[in-house]
Design a protein around this ligand. Structure first.
Ligand code: TYM
Length: 325
Protein backbone atom coordinates (compact mmCIF):
# COMPACT_ATOMS: atom_id res chain seq x y z
CA UNK A 1 0.00 0.00 0.00
CA UNK A 2 1.17 3.51 -0.77
CA UNK A 3 1.02 6.25 1.82
CA UNK A 4 -1.06 9.42 1.83
CA UNK A 5 -0.31 12.49 3.91
CA UNK A 6 -2.23 15.72 4.13
CA UNK A 7 -2.51 18.60 6.52
CA UNK A 8 -4.69 21.58 7.23
CA UNK A 9 -4.32 24.55 9.53
CA UNK A 10 -6.52 24.45 12.64
CA UNK A 11 -9.05 27.00 11.44
CA UNK A 12 -11.93 25.47 13.36
CA UNK A 13 -15.05 24.37 11.54
CA UNK A 14 -14.25 23.45 7.97
CA UNK A 15 -15.93 25.04 4.97
CA UNK A 16 -17.09 23.92 1.55
CA UNK A 17 -13.70 24.82 0.08
CA UNK A 18 -11.86 22.47 2.44
CA UNK A 19 -14.53 19.84 1.87
CA UNK A 20 -14.76 19.85 -1.91
CA UNK A 21 -11.10 20.72 -2.42
CA UNK A 22 -9.51 18.25 -0.01
CA UNK A 23 -11.61 16.39 2.58
CA UNK A 24 -13.52 14.34 0.01
CA UNK A 25 -10.20 12.89 -1.10
CA UNK A 26 -9.06 12.33 2.51
CA UNK A 27 -12.02 10.00 2.93
CA UNK A 28 -11.88 8.32 -0.48
CA UNK A 29 -8.15 7.56 -0.36
CA UNK A 30 -8.57 5.49 2.81
CA UNK A 31 -9.78 2.64 0.60
CA UNK A 32 -6.45 2.18 -1.16
CA UNK A 33 -3.79 3.87 0.97
CA UNK A 34 -2.42 4.11 4.48
CA UNK A 35 -3.46 7.63 5.34
CA UNK A 36 -2.06 10.21 7.73
CA UNK A 37 -3.96 13.44 8.38
CA UNK A 38 -2.36 16.20 10.35
CA UNK A 39 -3.64 19.33 12.05
CA UNK A 40 -0.77 21.73 11.41
CA UNK A 41 -0.79 23.96 14.48
CA UNK A 42 2.83 25.06 13.99
CA UNK A 43 1.99 26.34 10.52
CA UNK A 44 -0.88 28.26 12.04
CA UNK A 45 1.55 30.15 14.27
CA UNK A 46 3.06 31.84 11.20
CA UNK A 47 -0.05 33.96 10.79
CA UNK A 48 -1.88 33.97 14.13
CA UNK A 49 -1.92 37.08 16.27
CA UNK A 50 -3.25 35.15 19.24
CA UNK A 51 -3.35 31.48 20.17
CA UNK A 52 -6.42 31.76 22.41
CA UNK A 53 -8.62 29.81 19.98
CA UNK A 54 -6.02 27.26 18.93
CA UNK A 55 -7.21 24.48 21.18
CA UNK A 56 -10.88 24.90 20.34
CA UNK A 57 -10.14 25.23 16.61
CA UNK A 58 -8.07 22.06 16.70
CA UNK A 59 -10.92 20.23 18.37
CA UNK A 60 -13.57 21.52 15.94
CA UNK A 61 -11.51 20.58 12.93
CA UNK A 62 -10.74 17.09 14.19
CA UNK A 63 -14.44 16.67 14.86
CA UNK A 64 -15.25 17.63 11.26
CA UNK A 65 -12.70 15.16 9.94
CA UNK A 66 -14.12 12.31 12.00
CA UNK A 67 -17.70 13.23 11.12
CA UNK A 68 -16.93 13.34 7.41
CA UNK A 69 -15.68 9.77 7.51
CA UNK A 70 -12.00 9.64 8.42
CA UNK A 71 -11.63 6.36 10.28
CA UNK A 72 -9.11 6.63 13.12
CA UNK A 73 -8.89 2.85 13.50
CA UNK A 74 -7.15 2.77 10.13
CA UNK A 75 -5.91 6.26 9.41
CA UNK A 76 -3.62 8.31 11.62
CA UNK A 77 -5.04 11.65 12.75
CA UNK A 78 -2.74 13.83 14.83
CA UNK A 79 -1.55 17.30 15.78
CA UNK A 80 1.70 18.47 14.15
CA UNK A 81 3.39 19.79 17.30
CA UNK A 82 2.84 16.46 19.07
CA UNK A 83 5.52 14.94 16.83
CA UNK A 84 8.40 17.43 17.07
CA UNK A 85 10.74 15.54 14.70
CA UNK A 86 9.16 17.62 11.96
CA UNK A 87 10.88 20.71 13.33
CA UNK A 88 14.24 18.97 13.21
CA UNK A 89 13.72 17.86 9.61
CA UNK A 90 12.59 21.38 8.74
CA UNK A 91 15.98 22.67 9.91
CA UNK A 92 17.91 20.16 7.81
CA UNK A 93 15.80 20.87 4.73
CA UNK A 94 16.35 24.59 5.19
CA UNK A 95 20.05 24.04 4.44
CA UNK A 96 19.27 22.94 0.87
CA UNK A 97 16.72 25.70 0.28
CA UNK A 98 17.75 28.89 -1.51
CA UNK A 99 16.17 31.84 0.27
CA UNK A 100 15.14 33.53 -2.98
CA UNK A 101 13.06 30.55 -3.97
CA UNK A 102 10.95 30.98 -0.85
CA UNK A 103 10.47 34.72 -1.21
CA UNK A 104 9.51 34.26 -4.89
CA UNK A 105 6.62 31.91 -4.12
CA UNK A 106 3.20 33.43 -4.91
CA UNK A 107 1.82 32.04 -1.65
CA UNK A 108 4.50 33.88 0.33
CA UNK A 109 4.00 37.14 -1.54
CA UNK A 110 0.28 36.99 -0.87
CA UNK A 111 0.75 36.46 2.88
CA UNK A 112 3.40 39.17 3.04
CA UNK A 113 0.87 41.55 1.48
CA UNK A 114 -1.81 40.48 3.96
CA UNK A 115 0.39 40.93 7.03
CA UNK A 116 3.12 43.45 6.12
CA UNK A 117 3.66 44.16 9.83
CA UNK A 118 4.51 40.53 10.52
CA UNK A 119 6.65 39.01 7.77
CA UNK A 120 8.36 36.65 10.17
CA UNK A 121 11.08 34.06 9.56
CA UNK A 122 8.59 31.22 10.10
CA UNK A 123 6.31 32.59 7.40
CA UNK A 124 9.15 32.54 4.88
CA UNK A 125 9.96 28.96 5.85
CA UNK A 126 6.33 27.79 5.70
CA UNK A 127 6.86 25.61 2.59
CA UNK A 128 9.97 24.06 4.12
CA UNK A 129 7.97 22.94 7.15
CA UNK A 130 5.24 21.66 4.84
CA UNK A 131 7.83 19.66 2.91
CA UNK A 132 9.09 18.25 6.19
CA UNK A 133 5.53 17.17 7.06
CA UNK A 134 5.19 15.24 3.84
CA UNK A 135 8.61 13.63 3.60
CA UNK A 136 8.91 12.76 7.29
CA UNK A 137 6.12 10.26 6.66
CA UNK A 138 7.48 9.26 3.22
CA UNK A 139 4.15 10.06 1.61
CA UNK A 140 3.59 9.08 -2.02
CA UNK A 141 0.44 11.10 -2.47
CA UNK A 142 -0.80 14.42 -1.05
CA UNK A 143 -4.49 15.31 -1.42
CA UNK A 144 -4.89 19.11 -1.42
CA UNK A 145 -6.75 21.93 -3.14
CA UNK A 146 -5.10 23.48 -6.17
CA UNK A 147 -3.97 26.53 -4.12
CA UNK A 148 -1.30 24.24 -2.64
CA UNK A 149 0.26 23.40 -6.03
CA UNK A 150 3.24 25.78 -5.66
CA UNK A 151 4.02 24.22 -2.27
CA UNK A 152 3.90 20.72 -3.70
CA UNK A 153 6.21 21.67 -6.53
CA UNK A 154 8.54 23.22 -3.98
CA UNK A 155 8.45 20.02 -1.93
CA UNK A 156 9.41 17.93 -4.93
CA UNK A 157 12.33 20.18 -5.77
CA UNK A 158 13.50 20.18 -2.17
CA UNK A 159 13.48 16.40 -2.05
CA UNK A 160 15.62 16.31 -5.19
CA UNK A 161 18.05 18.86 -3.74
CA UNK A 162 18.37 17.00 -0.47
CA UNK A 163 18.86 13.58 -2.06
CA UNK A 164 21.38 15.02 -4.49
CA UNK A 165 23.30 17.02 -1.90
CA UNK A 166 23.72 14.05 0.45
CA UNK A 167 23.83 11.44 -2.29
CA UNK A 168 20.95 9.45 -0.84
CA UNK A 169 17.49 8.12 -1.68
CA UNK A 170 15.90 8.44 1.77
CA UNK A 171 13.41 11.14 0.87
CA UNK A 172 10.55 10.39 -1.52
CA UNK A 173 9.13 12.82 -4.10
CA UNK A 174 5.42 13.20 -3.39
CA UNK A 175 2.67 13.44 -5.99
CA UNK A 176 -0.21 15.88 -5.66
CA UNK A 177 -3.81 14.71 -5.85
CA UNK A 178 -6.67 17.14 -6.45
CA UNK A 179 -10.43 16.59 -6.35
CA UNK A 180 -12.91 17.19 -9.14
CA UNK A 181 -13.43 20.66 -7.66
CA UNK A 182 -9.88 21.73 -6.79
CA UNK A 183 -10.77 25.41 -6.36
CA UNK A 184 -13.97 26.53 -4.66
CA UNK A 185 -15.03 30.17 -4.99
CA UNK A 186 -16.47 31.99 -1.96
CA UNK A 187 -19.86 33.63 -1.57
CA UNK A 188 -18.37 36.85 -3.00
CA UNK A 189 -18.31 34.98 -6.31
CA UNK A 190 -14.71 36.05 -6.92
CA UNK A 191 -12.04 34.90 -4.49
CA UNK A 192 -11.25 31.41 -3.27
CA UNK A 193 -13.42 30.40 -0.36
CA UNK A 194 -11.55 30.96 2.89
CA UNK A 195 -12.28 31.69 6.50
CA UNK A 196 -9.91 34.66 6.60
CA UNK A 197 -11.90 36.34 3.82
CA UNK A 198 -15.15 35.48 5.60
CA UNK A 199 -16.67 34.33 2.31
CA UNK A 200 -17.14 30.75 3.44
CA UNK A 201 -19.97 28.34 4.21
CA UNK A 202 -19.32 26.05 7.16
CA UNK A 203 -20.19 22.39 6.95
CA UNK A 204 -21.30 22.32 10.57
CA UNK A 205 -23.58 25.37 10.34
CA UNK A 206 -27.28 24.94 11.09
CA UNK A 207 -29.68 24.62 8.13
CA UNK A 208 -30.91 28.14 8.82
CA UNK A 209 -27.40 29.62 8.93
CA UNK A 210 -26.60 27.79 5.73
CA UNK A 211 -29.68 29.25 4.03
CA UNK A 212 -28.71 32.77 5.12
CA UNK A 213 -25.18 32.33 3.83
CA UNK A 214 -26.38 30.96 0.50
CA UNK A 215 -28.76 33.91 0.14
CA UNK A 216 -25.73 36.23 0.32
CA UNK A 217 -24.01 34.52 -2.61
CA UNK A 218 -23.12 36.79 -5.52
CA UNK A 219 -24.62 35.58 -8.80
CA UNK A 220 -24.19 36.76 -12.41
CA UNK A 221 -23.40 40.47 -11.87
CA UNK A 222 -25.01 41.35 -15.22
CA UNK A 223 -28.36 40.10 -14.01
CA UNK A 224 -29.75 43.07 -12.14
CA UNK A 225 -33.53 42.63 -12.32
CA UNK A 226 -35.51 39.45 -11.90
CA UNK A 227 -36.69 39.85 -15.51
CA UNK A 228 -33.12 40.00 -16.90
CA UNK A 229 -31.88 36.75 -18.45
CA UNK A 230 -28.89 35.33 -16.53
CA UNK A 231 -25.74 33.51 -17.56
CA UNK A 232 -25.19 30.36 -15.46
CA UNK A 233 -21.70 29.95 -16.90
CA UNK A 234 -20.45 32.89 -14.82
CA UNK A 235 -22.56 32.15 -11.73
CA UNK A 236 -21.06 30.52 -8.64
CA UNK A 237 -24.48 29.32 -7.48
CA UNK A 238 -24.81 27.39 -10.71
CA UNK A 239 -21.40 25.74 -10.21
CA UNK A 240 -22.68 24.62 -6.79
CA UNK A 241 -25.86 23.24 -8.33
CA UNK A 242 -23.69 21.14 -10.60
CA UNK A 243 -22.19 19.52 -7.51
CA UNK A 244 -25.16 19.24 -5.15
CA UNK A 245 -28.30 19.09 -7.32
CA UNK A 246 -29.80 16.35 -9.45
CA UNK A 247 -29.11 16.33 -13.23
CA UNK A 248 -32.74 17.33 -13.85
CA UNK A 249 -32.46 20.29 -11.49
CA UNK A 250 -29.19 21.40 -13.06
CA UNK A 251 -30.80 21.24 -16.49
CA UNK A 252 -33.82 23.18 -15.23
CA UNK A 253 -31.71 25.93 -13.64
CA UNK A 254 -29.54 26.14 -16.73
CA UNK A 255 -32.48 26.71 -19.08
CA UNK A 256 -34.71 28.73 -16.79
CA UNK A 257 -31.97 31.15 -15.71
CA UNK A 258 -31.14 31.95 -19.33
CA UNK A 259 -34.74 32.87 -20.10
CA UNK A 260 -35.42 34.55 -16.75
CA UNK A 261 -37.83 31.76 -15.86
CA UNK A 262 -36.28 31.32 -12.41
CA UNK A 263 -35.03 34.17 -10.21
CA UNK A 264 -31.82 34.14 -8.18
CA UNK A 265 -33.73 33.90 -4.91
CA UNK A 266 -35.53 30.70 -5.87
CA UNK A 267 -32.40 29.32 -7.46
CA UNK A 268 -30.49 29.86 -4.21
CA UNK A 269 -33.29 28.41 -2.11
CA UNK A 270 -33.11 25.24 -4.14
CA UNK A 271 -29.34 25.05 -3.72
CA UNK A 272 -29.55 25.69 0.03
CA UNK A 273 -32.12 22.94 0.39
CA UNK A 274 -29.98 20.45 -1.52
CA UNK A 275 -26.86 21.44 0.39
CA UNK A 276 -28.60 21.01 3.73
CA UNK A 277 -29.89 17.64 2.60
CA UNK A 278 -26.41 16.57 1.52
CA UNK A 279 -24.83 17.65 4.81
CA UNK A 280 -27.49 16.20 7.07
CA UNK A 281 -25.76 12.83 7.74
CA UNK A 282 -22.47 14.65 8.37
CA UNK A 283 -24.11 17.00 10.87
CA UNK A 284 -25.82 14.18 12.66
CA UNK A 285 -22.61 12.21 12.95
CA UNK A 286 -20.82 15.31 14.23
CA UNK A 287 -23.45 15.76 16.89
CA UNK A 288 -23.06 12.15 17.98
CA UNK A 289 -19.28 12.27 18.22
CA UNK A 290 -19.34 15.55 20.15
CA UNK A 291 -21.32 13.89 22.93
CA UNK A 292 -17.95 12.66 24.13
CA UNK A 293 -15.25 15.34 23.64
CA UNK A 294 -12.64 13.03 25.18
CA UNK A 295 -13.02 10.76 22.19
CA UNK A 296 -11.57 13.37 19.84
CA UNK A 297 -8.57 14.08 22.10
CA UNK A 298 -7.98 10.36 22.56
CA UNK A 299 -7.92 9.89 18.79
CA UNK A 300 -5.34 12.68 18.46
CA UNK A 301 -3.21 11.26 21.25
CA UNK A 302 -3.24 7.79 19.75
CA UNK A 303 -2.50 9.28 16.33
CA UNK A 304 0.56 11.11 17.64
CA UNK A 305 1.88 7.89 19.12
CA UNK A 306 1.59 6.03 15.84
CA UNK A 307 2.95 8.97 13.82
CA UNK A 308 5.98 9.28 16.14
CA UNK A 309 7.14 5.79 15.31
CA UNK A 310 7.21 6.48 11.58
CA UNK A 311 8.78 9.89 12.13
CA UNK A 312 11.62 8.65 14.29
CA UNK A 313 12.43 5.83 11.87
CA UNK A 314 12.78 8.36 9.05
CA UNK A 315 14.91 10.67 11.17
CA UNK A 316 17.38 7.90 11.99
CA UNK A 317 17.92 7.47 8.25
CA UNK A 318 18.04 11.22 7.60
CA UNK A 319 20.65 11.94 10.29
CA UNK A 320 22.77 9.14 8.97
CA UNK A 321 22.39 10.28 5.35
CA UNK A 322 23.50 13.78 6.27
CA UNK A 323 26.50 12.42 8.11
CA UNK A 324 25.82 13.92 11.48
CA UNK A 325 28.38 12.63 13.99
P1 TYM B 1 -5.32 25.07 4.49
O1 TYM B 1 -5.38 24.91 5.95
O2 TYM B 1 -5.37 26.45 3.93
O3 TYM B 1 -6.49 24.26 3.78
C1 TYM B 1 -6.73 22.88 4.02
C2 TYM B 1 -7.05 22.18 2.70
O4 TYM B 1 -8.23 22.73 2.11
C3 TYM B 1 -7.96 23.15 0.78
N1 TYM B 1 -8.74 24.36 0.48
C4 TYM B 1 -9.42 24.57 -0.66
N2 TYM B 1 -9.59 23.81 -1.75
C5 TYM B 1 -10.35 24.31 -2.73
N3 TYM B 1 -10.97 25.54 -2.69
C6 TYM B 1 -10.84 26.33 -1.61
N4 TYM B 1 -11.44 27.52 -1.57
C7 TYM B 1 -10.03 25.87 -0.53
N5 TYM B 1 -9.67 26.38 0.69
C8 TYM B 1 -8.90 25.45 1.28
C9 TYM B 1 -6.47 23.43 0.74
O5 TYM B 1 -5.95 23.34 -0.57
C10 TYM B 1 -5.94 22.35 1.65
O6 TYM B 1 -5.79 21.14 0.94
N6 TYM B 1 -0.43 24.57 3.61
C11 TYM B 1 -1.64 23.83 3.89
C12 TYM B 1 -1.54 22.93 5.09
C13 TYM B 1 -0.42 21.95 5.10
C14 TYM B 1 -0.29 20.78 4.32
C15 TYM B 1 0.89 20.14 4.75
C16 TYM B 1 -1.06 20.21 3.30
C17 TYM B 1 0.65 21.98 5.95
N7 TYM B 1 1.43 20.89 5.74
C18 TYM B 1 1.34 18.95 4.18
C19 TYM B 1 -0.61 19.01 2.74
C20 TYM B 1 0.56 18.41 3.18
C21 TYM B 1 -2.77 24.82 4.13
O7 TYM B 1 -2.55 25.92 4.56
O8 TYM B 1 -4.02 24.34 3.91
Amino acid sequence: KGRVFSGARPTGRQHLGNYLGAMLNYVALQEDYDCIYCIVDVHALTTLETTLDLRQNTYEMALDWLAVGIRPEESIVFVQSHVPQVMELHTYLSMVTPLGKLTDLPTFKEKAREQPHNVNYGLVGYPVLMTADIVLYKADLVPVGVDQAPHLEFARETVRSFNHRYNTQVLIEPQMKVTQVPKVIGIDGQQKMSKSLNNHIELAATPEETRQRVMQMVTDPQRIRRSDPGNPDVCNVFSMHKIFSSPEQVEMVNTECRRAGIGCVDCKKLFAENLNHHLQPFRQRREEISQNPDFVWDVLKDGAKRASQIAEATMVEVRQAIGLP
